[in-house]
Design a protein around this ligand. Structure first.
Ligand SMILES: Cc1cc2nc3c(=O)[nH]c(=O)nc-3n(C[C@H](O)[C@H](O)[C@H](O)COP(=O)(O)OP(=O)(O)OC[C@H]3O[C@@H](n4cnc5c(N)ncnc54)[C@H](O)[C@@H]3O)c2cc1C
Length: 412
């Protein structure tokens, strides 16, 4: 494991790796869920957490430059001290790094309002597999139409083209108020209807989907009474943020929805909001408490979400009988996480069946976690031969010796 403390040290590592034909595995917080930051065949891990510089917040342009090893939580605190916020948030915030989030084009809880990481990255510095240090729009110019979008290309490249060392990021004014609500509905179709109405709320910045089975498992695991009594078949966790009349916006949406929403729990303070969010954020740890977790992270067109959820449970039960199943995720983006917990390593093909169903319904086999090593065999089916050839050509140009995360994203 090498732990560089500067871009120059990263470049020296890449040069050495080229000379000695050694593969490099960039690693940030190691919270990735598709195995892309884990060495597999004697590669050297390049741990980037020492690149933890927090640059001054530019309150005129609402931007900041941070090192790739800065954690999301540290960035959030840093921006918060200047009265600003960062648009992307996710449950792994205390450990995930900005470099890893760029490399995976992380999504998270507020994509429906602000987009994923790619939308926040104005510029970056990286050491490519060639050993070149590229500084692409390091001053964060909002307008710079001078050729290929290198920061955009490195977003989602999962360490296969080079190593990101620092990033120029967009910030936002911190919201004056936040309102959180859990809305109980009769099923996934009703949840999609509720989402359509909630989109009329100017402050909408999160809409998450929870199902009764998952909420029951969370309640048992945490020893909590149900957040809505009786527990509905399905719930939408909604967050509104901004400086308008958020409770008024929510109330008006609920009026329009009428009987579609069966029960409601609302919190307009931080502690109450955190209590409601716990029901969503505990899902991964609850799955892990039930065995070895096999994960599918799929995107589904919203119109196909109800049939997807209807078909998932029997599909999984046929392949992994009795295995606890948690289905939850980012309703606003049509992004569901399907977690199957089994006693052993074998899921009986349950995840593959779920991915095939997502593809059949016009979705994606990876919404936000990336391809890593876990989903390499699906890339061709998802993107087609021409797109995969194009990606391989880009890789060959920027990483001619194949030292950058070999075997990740594209077959080695
Ligand atoms: C509880 C939990 C909740 C999560 N929630 C979400 C969510 O809501 N949305 C979401 O998108 N993801 C989520 N994730 C997944 C994970 O947090 C993200 O993928 C995150 O972006 C990974 O950051 P990291 O620093 O841990 O990267 P790592 O896991 O260390 O690495 C991830 C990939 O990026 C590469 N990489 C890391 N740093 C660099 C760098 N500086 N330069 C080039 N390549 C690099 C690695 O080689 C690897 O391929 C969650 C994970 C957990 C455990």
């Amino acid at each position: 494991v090498l732990r560089p403390g500067s871009t120059a040290e990263v470049a020296a590592i890449v040069r050495l790796a080229r000379t000695h034909h050694v593969g490099l595995v960039p690693q940030g917080g190691n919270t990735g869920l598709v195995g892309g930051g884990v060495p597999r065949a004697g590669e050297v891990v390049v741990d980037l957490r020492r690149l933890a510089r927090l640059g001054p917040v530019d309150t005129a342009s609402l931007q900041v430059t941070v090192g790739a090893g800065v954690t999301l939580a540290a960035l959030q605190r840093h921006a918060g001290h200047a009265g600003l916020a960062f648009a992307v948030d996710l449950g792994a915030r205390d450990t995930a790094t900005i470099g890893g989030m760029v490399a995976t084009n992380a999504g998270g809880l507020h994509v429906l309002r602000h987009g994923a990481m790619r939308a926040q990255v104005l510029g970056l510095e990286a050491v490519l597999g060639t050993g070149d240090i590229v500084a692409a729009n390091p001053t964060g110019l909002v307008k710079d139409n001078t050729g290929y979008d290198l920061p955009g290309l490195l977003c989602g490249s999962e360490g296969t083209l080079g190593i990101v060392t620092s990033v120029r990021l967009r910030l936002l004014p911190a919201p004056a108020r936040v309102v959180t609500a859990l809305l109980g509905v009769d099923g996934v179709a009703a949840a999609v209807d509720a989402l359509a109405e909630l989109r009329g709320c100017a402050g909408l910045h999160a809409a998450e989907l929870l199902l009764a089975d998952g909420m029951a498992l969370v309640g048992r695991h945490l020893g909590l009474p149900p957040p809505l009594d009786p527990l509905p078949p399905c719930a939408v966790l909604v967050e509104l943020a901004g400086d308008g009349d958020l409770l008024g916006q929510l109330g008006a949406a609920l009026d329009r929805l009428g009987p579609v929403v069966r029960a409601t729990a609302v919190a307009d303070d931080e502690a109450g909001g955190a209590r409601l969010w716990r029901w969503r954020e505990a899902h991964p740890e609850v799955a892990a408490a039930h065995g070895i977790v096999h994960k599918a992270d799929v995107s589904i067109p919203l119109t196909e979400l109800p049939p997807f959820v209807d078909q998932v449970a029997p599909l999984v039960a046929a392949r992994a009988p009795g295995a606890p199943l948690l289905v939850y995720g980012h309703l606003g983006d049509g992004n569901l996480h399907v977690n199957v917990a089994t006693a052993g390593d074998d899921d009986g093909g349950a995840v593959d069946a779920v991915l095939a169903l997502a593809l059949d319904l016009g979705g994606s086999v990876s919404a936000e976690h990336g391809i890593g090593v876990a989903k390499v065999s699906w890339l061709l089916r998802q993107r087609g031969a021409a797109a995969v050839r194009t990606m391989a050509a880009l890789k060959a140009a920027l990483d001619p010796d194949g030292i950058c995360n070999p075997g990740v994203l594209l077959p080695a």
